[in-house]
Design a protein around this ligand. Sequence first.
Ligand code: C2O
Ligand code: CU
Length: 433
Amino acid sequence: MHLSRRTFLTASAALIAVPKRALAAPFVLRAEPVTAQILPPGDGTTQMLGFNGSTPGPELRFQQGDTVDLRFENTIGEGSAIHWHGIRIDNAMDGVPYLTQPLVEDGKGFDYRFALPDAGTYWYHSHNRSWEQVARGLYGPLIVEERNPPEVDHDITVMVDDWRIERSGEVIKDFGNRHDFSHAGRLGTFAKVIPSVRTVRRGDRVRLRLINVATARVFPLEISGIAGKIVALDGMSLAETQEIQAIMLAPAQRMDIIADVSDMIKFAFPTRQEPYEMGEIAVEGENPNPRGDDIANLPNARIARPAAEPTKLLNLTLQGGAMGGQHEGDDIWSLNGVSGLQDAPWQRFALGETVRIRITNDTAFPHGIHLHGHHFHEVAPDGSLGPFRDTTLLHRQQTRDIICVFDNPGRWLLHCHMLGHQARGMKTWVKVG
Ligand code: C2O
Ligand code: CU
């Protein structure tokens, strides 16, 4: 494994000569308080949580087939645990306190060791009191490179987030207030993108790995200065590349774009008035040998077509919240009238079972529903198999079917990734195998 260039440059020169695999001696990922420059340079700083001195935490970058071997150390003053979002992971390493591992108390650690079967764009984040710990900065990118990656001049991770902070930079400490929990969640007062590369050349080919790490906000995004294709969603390559238009990312969703740079790359959040500027990647100089070739499908697409017809059709109805969400659950939100984790799973599946789940959003808010340990196909309105995702966005009153092959044994969460909704009832679990 190696760290991002940014982090790597601060490592000692001696380390640079060490072959990648020799670095495996447990790498420590330490959760700790950090001071972050979230507002523009020169404006106030923000007291956050982070990993190894920064939020986002260090970019963990591996190759497909590698094994992650690291020690998590918790020094944030309360319990935590790390979830490796989107990885087809060994259940014991999934990082869900009480379901897959004990809570890691303050001052304690946990060893995470797991294989990376699939290339793609993933992320890691706290999975304890996540509506607050993730909002306070406990997340970072986890990139798994293809063994034969497409050639690009820059492979750029772009974290997309918002923060609820004062103009001074100080965090507004109203975490977990009832209004947020029962409405759209903790929406920020300030939003920006955090790209891992600050400058490119005109004519460069770039890969942008967008990751929405916000706890609640669905980001529509407009990206100017590039022409190219969407090549992957939630880490999984698309069977056919798609045109870049009307980008919409729910919390936890990812999108990979490969594109050629024609001008400064600008990220904007469209609003009814002026678009809100989210940041940019500057252009300096000219690539003397721009690539002329077409942008092809990503290699190594995981073959994930369900082999069998679904054995079951299940209904999952999202209920609750403010503005008339009636339901039987005993908290603000529910799934099929049940709030929160019960002792028994919502469903038990035989290992390898193919299941169709009809998700109906019977609330006044959008929800991004995430299944741990698996990807599933969204079923398109015409009945065809759509993208292979781990988080699916349902707008208010929308219904969507997904088809999942439950081929990873264990106890897996299924929850809303609007993390305040998850905290107040919109979660359940399934047992596979
Ligand atoms: Cu990214 Cu259960 O979460
Ligand atoms: Cu939700």
